[in-house]
Write a protein that binds this ligand. Sequence first.
Ligand code: ZN
Length: 253
Amino acid sequence: MPVLTQAQLLQGWEGGAGQGRVARAVALAAAAGGHSLTDAGDLPLGARDALLVGLRGACFRGDVECLADCPGCGEELEVSVPLSDLRRPADAADGAGEGELTVRGRRVRFRALTSRDVLAVAPGGSASPDARRRLVGRCVLAVDGEAVEEEAVDGRAMDGAGLTDEVIAAVAAALPSVDPGADIRLDLTCALCGHAWAAPFDVPAHVWADVDACARGLLADVHVLARAYGWREEDILALSAARRRFYLEATGT
Ligand SMILES: [Zn+2]
């Protein structure tokens, strides 16, 4: 993945600022992958998050530092996560995020969950049983070769479209097989009590925190230099880090 310019990073930040966590992730993935927002929203969640991990590696150094509460003793642990722990093998995405299974003799074709699905059904991250059912329903492409239209997935007409509770449960259980990178977990062991568990890792939240801090720092530099020299934002962002540092020091701030 090419290193993002600071202007591109700022563009991703601007697109995600003030938005919910899913829309932020889409804005960053679009900036990182050179996609439109629509295309980034249609990526399987694992492919979207792989772009964010790539962005983190291209733009920032070091491990991801985070905190985790031990479920055994409640102690807050500081955890350093190497980026290699967050990468999934590229071949895991083979099959274009689609799969097929058989439920009571019926062939069900399905695809991985996307950000667009989440934004359409549960933008705030609400996971009511009905929302979960509709989310999984949106992933069903066809039952016995009969395409399932998006309008059929409104909760009431689902049985009629072949989306019975049994089909939904089977597809929900099979989703990780077509998108293994969508749910990244870290194997942690508490240094205090020895409890071992698999902690979910929120890729968008952590990458956003780094991008947010970096963007605010860049804009603060622009503010100081623009005020001191009257330069335009795009010209300041085009300066090398060494030159910018020199001019910042020269302003005496
Ligand atoms: Zn513990």
